[in-house]
Design a protein around this ligand. Structure first.
Ligand code: ZN
Ligand code: CA
Length: 384
């Protein structure tokens, strides 16, 4: 029997593979910008309940400013003695994400070029739901499975930060939110500081009595000129993100606010870099007779899991089962993974094929989507 082409005109004869693609396309068509994940969450609640999950939401939405909390779905174990596993993706996407019209050509999914695609992170979500459905259909005995779908990841992992951790029933977290073809396991992530400097000088009329003024803009310029920025060393980066201040050309600027970040795979190196940046502002302020109030806030700590960590071994075993060569990698970016590891869970981030995320050129290969669903199945089946 030959199946008719699916909604995108594809003629894949494998019903489960087609179902995965349809499932992915359906998710892409539901807009879910950060803080407005409610409609997508409701759709996925239905999908997960149909598979036998008990679905609940925590109260993180109110604190994160979203129309929904984090979705936590639990499927009871059908086999005894298996370590519980938690699969995690984020519900939100960056913008523009209204009216995504996915197109498939040559086995690659793209948007029509006017929006992002949203494969970050809906490819992971589709793969998890499909992977669990296949496990159920094949009657494979499994341990307790939780699916955690977070809100507001893209705007600072607020869902993970505000998550009700009491609702989680395991320690091993498989985050599916990584770039590149399946096979990579992110086991190392940076710590990040947000640095906010408010420089205050003294205002004066720039034409009549500029000598009475202290220009906050000049102070900020001196501070930044003294600063080591961008690539600091192999593990450490720093960047000035924005500068706001000043009012008019005839006014000596009274206040400038500079917002910066620093990251390092090493917590101590980050401490040193942030202290250096803070000192540059303070030294420049002193030289000019201004003040600098510098607030350094640790967004998250660095993490490093070695190959002996159970969650890492578990992923490697599942990948080998599929014929993939596992690759343990570090990332310069942040994800929910950073937050979970800081909260006492062991979390890895797995690559799911996303290419050019956050751009209207974002794409995803269908073969990578299928491999990711199979990886979910293999993780559930592995007894590592
Ligand atoms: Zn993501
Ligand atoms: Ca992202």
């Amino acid at each position: 029997m030959s199946l008719p082409p699916d909604s995108m005109g594809n003629k894949n004869e494998n019903p489960a593979e087609r179902r995965l693609v349809e499932r992915f396309l359906a998710l892409l068509r539901i807009a879910s910008p950060s803080r407005q994940e409610g409609r997508l969450a409701a759709h996925l609640q239905g999908e997960l309940e149909a598979l036998g999950f008990r679905v609940e939401f925590d109260s993180a939405g109110a604190r994160a400013g979203s129309d929904t909390g984090n979705l936590i779905a639990t499927l009871p174990a059908t086999a005894a003695g298996v370590e519980p596993m938690i699969f995690c993706c984020h519900l939100d996407t960056v913008t523009p994400c209204a009216d995504v019209h996915p197109q498939i050509a040559d086995g690659v999914v793209r948007s029509d070029g006017t929006t992002i695609l949203g494969g970050d992170d809906k490819a992971g979500i589709a793969a998890i739901v499909e992977g669990v459905q296949r496990i159920r259909e094949r009657g494979v005995a499994h341990g307790l499975i939780q699916v955690l779908l977070t809100i507001c990841e893209e705007i600072g992992m607020h869902g993970a930060k505000e998550l009700d951790y009491g609702k989680l029933q395991g320690k091993r977290v498989f985050v599916l939110d990584g770039e590149g073809a399946p096979g990579k396991i992110v086991v190392r992530g940076p710590a990040k500081d947000l640095i906010r400097a408010t420089v205050r000088g003294r205002t004066a009329h720039a034409g009549l009595c500029p000598e009475r003024g202290v220009s906050a803009i000049q102070v900020a310029a001196r501070a930044i000129e003294l600063m080591h920025l961008l690539r600091i060393d192999a593990e450490t980066t720093a960047n000035i993100g924005s500068i706001h201040g000043g009012t008019a050309t005839n006014v000596v600027a009274e206040e400038v606010v500079v917002v910066a970040e620093a990251r390092s795979l090493d917590n101590a190196r980050l401490d040193a870099q942030s202290a250096h940046m803070k000192a540059c502002f303070e030294d420049a302020a002193r030289d000019f007779g201004a003040t600098a109030e510098v607030v350094v806030e640790r967004s998250y700590a660095a993490f490093l899991l070695d190959a002996d960590t159970p969650v890492v071994g578990h992923c490697m075993a599942a990948m080998r089962r599929l014929g993939l060569t596992p690759e343990l990698v570090a990332t310069g970016g942040g994800s929910d993974c950073n937050i979970f590891n800081a909260r006492g869970l062991t979390a890895v981030n797995l690559s799911i094929g996303m290419t050019d995320p956050h751009a209207t050129s974002e794409s995803l290969r269908l073969v990578d989507l299928e491999t990711t669903a199979r990886l979910v199945e293999a993780i559930i089946e592995s007894r590592a």
